[in-house]
Write a new protein. Structure first.
Length: 255
């Protein structure tokens, strides 16, 4: 199998003790590429160091995570723009809106997302969206900007069948991760109604480890567990799920 982890924070300090081993474990399980979303200025160096050390596996994005948006978010966005102007990244992300932790900077999060959508258009890059407790707010901004050129992923999708339909109509993909394996994750009621052509796989490591590793550090080596769960819910062969989701990721990221 050839799998692509479309969203993984393998540069996280939680991997400082065994990052090389974690990357190698994932390779042994068929995970050929690990796409790394940026958080803010504090994560750039570690992310780019992972790219240098593991150039065949680790591929960076550039963006500003919504939980890093505050009253000084413009300075962070200037840095994102500078990096996008001076070298190639796979996508603009991770960006979006997060209303789970804090609602006080909603207006700033909305503006930061609009700016990053514009940057994605400018650089002809896909955009990777974080929409925790904020699907409608993020969707409205992206839909208003959609002129047929925007592509991307609704990362960590765990929404309703109606939200899945909206993502598809927008021309975006759904990133499916460990939540699909959770007993009460809800995706067992959604995934049977979507098509493989609309999905990519992700771990979001070190977060959201799939069952039976829930509560432990997540890592890309667990991606086959997510692929198997998707195969079970869609009643498709595992190899078909692997081939199609990998092709979807390759087409999106122009790999």
């Amino acid at each position: 199998m050839n799998l692509i982890d479309s969203h993984a924070h393998i540069y996280s300090e939680k991997f400082d003790a065994d990052r090389a081993e974690a990357v190698e474990r994932s390779r042994q399980e068929g995970v050929s590429k690990i796409y790394m979303p940026n958080i803010d200025h504090t994560s750039i160096d570690a992310m780019l160091e992972a790219e240098v050390k593991y150039p065949d596996s680790c591929i960076p994005m550039m963006g500003l995570h919504p939980t890093s948006v505050d009253k000084n978010f413009e300075r962070e966005l200037y840095l994102v723009e500078e990096w996008l102007d001076k070298r190639t990244f796979a996508a603009v992300g991770e960006c979006g809106i997060d209303l789970y932790w804090d609602k006080s900077f909603l207006a700033q999060q909305q503006e930061a997302l609009r700016v990053q959508v514009a940057l994605a258009k400018k650089h002809q890059l896909p955009i990777v969206l974080h929409t925790r407790d904020s699907f409608n707010e993020a969707y409205e901004i992206v839909a208003a900007a959609q002129d047929g050129t925007l592509k991307g992923i609704f990362h960590c999708f765990s929404g309703t069948p109606e939200e899945a339909r909206k993502v598809k109509e927008l021309g975006f993909l759904m990133g499916i991760g460990g939540v699909a394996t959770f007993k009460n994750g809800g995706l067992d009621k959604v995934l049977p109604h979507v098509q493989l052509e609309d999905l990519v796989l992700e771990t979001d490591c070190p977060y959201l480890a799939p069952t039976p590793h829930r509560g432990k550090r997540n890592e890309p080596v667990y991606l086959p567990l997510i692929a198997q769960r998707v195969a079970d819910l869609l009643q498709k062969p595992l190899r078909e799920v692997a081939e199609k989701t990998t092709a979807n990721a390759q087409n999106l990221f122009k790999l």
